[in-house]
Design a protein around this ligand. Sequence first.
Ligand code: FAD
Length: 470
Amino acid sequence: FPIIVWIRRDLRLTDHPALTAALESGRPILPVFILDELVETYGAAPKWRFGLGVGHYAERLEALGSRLILRRGKAAEVLRTLAEETGSDTVYWTRAYDPDAIARDKSVKAALTDAGLTAESHAGHVLFEPWTVETKQGGYYKVYTPYWRSVKDRDVPAPETAPSSLPAPESWPESERLDDWGMGNAMNRGAEIVAEYLTLGEEAAQTRLGVFMRDRIADYDTDRDYPATPGTSGLSENLAWGEISIRSCWHAGIRALHEGKPGAETWLKELVWRDFAYHLAYHTPRLVSGNWREDWDSFPWNEDGTTHEVTRWKQGRTGIRFVDAAMRELYVTGRMHNRARMIVASYLTKNLMSHWKIGLDWFADTLVDWDPAANALGWQWASGSGPDATPYFRVFNPETQLEKFDKHGRYVTRHIAELSQRPPETATQFYDAIPRSWGLSTSDSYPSTPIVSAKDGRDRALHAYENRDF
Ligand code: FAD
């Protein structure tokens, strides 16, 4: 009887411990993807991107003589039914560490066990599982640097190789059709434009890693801060959907370190930030849902995501060029450079004094690399409410940042059409990428004054901070 391998955010064949374990059993393998209760809650862009990844993965499995069975419904019920239909008694999957996924997986495990099935989860999504990293006192880490120190010299097992075939069951159960699910239905913006910027699937992710290792990692230390320079790996999109394993990235980084490439350590540190986000999401689930520092609950944030100011922020029309270029980059590419993420997050939470959760939700709806833990840590870091966060009184000045990191205006020109006589396609694409309902067009002029200037916003934020009651 087959082993069911429940495929989730792990759309790869290489270094997939759950799949390897199933292969080692010598039994036929039945891969299944479920549009389940959790995936149904995903924001528009992540759900769309996930659907594309699933379609691509199904093709890869077919090339190995296998299939991806597609089912929709509550994960526990779907798996139980599938086991009944196929006579399977075992389900494997890759462990997840964010609270929503943990809650789903716990209930699935309980339901399957009650039904007399074996439910087994395997590692694979992070380098170091959250409970394996402890402070000397036996607690979890709240600060990144000591976390990094405690893991940086650990052995990370080498990535497992991809199977060349997967044993198929004697007969395949019925599968639904991905196209019927409409996983991109909520993408009420120019999906075909964002699609031009995607790097879909495992092979493409591995190529991306190879190119980064060959051409960019040596200068990563300096180049990674300049949003107009292709200085980073771009792998977050693939890591988010598991199209490449974090161990593959780690080992590539270690090789670069041994070759003496200067940016390698900094890059390894970034990979560990991803792990650290999961470490915190696991140990303190409120990371993804509320102020990590609970005293911030009484801070007078604006919590309305529909105010004029917030709307302008979402639309990339604040009149602050760095912020607007970044928000437009998000619309056209589904991604945003890390420095730009920090700037827009600081502007929203400090200059506009709006709650970070508004930004978190917006990113969760628009990013193709949306990751529940990294997104939450990023927002709580930027707003000052998180562990090891930048203090609230440290307000990024978007003008100074622009002078430092986009001195020649390449990023701004790339994304804001109204600022050029002959704007590049990346800038005009914004108007085709955004929802029609916004009613914006290329003939609109760029805001002549910012909705809230860098200085006024800073003063207001600092005043509120000084008068806080905690
Ligand atoms: P590289 O610089 O090449 O780094 C390699 C990998 O390390 C990344 O792919 C990513 O997996 C990881 N990484 C790098 N920086 C961070 C970080 N600060 N925190 C956690 N992991 C990191 N990243 C996401 O993957 N998904 C998100 O939803 C997300 N939301 C964010 C929201 C805010 C407000 C902020 C400030 C940051 C957010 N980040 C998020 C982190 C970071 O911006 C992206 O991981 C990075 O821009 C991805 O680009 P890259 O793949 O070229 O990264």
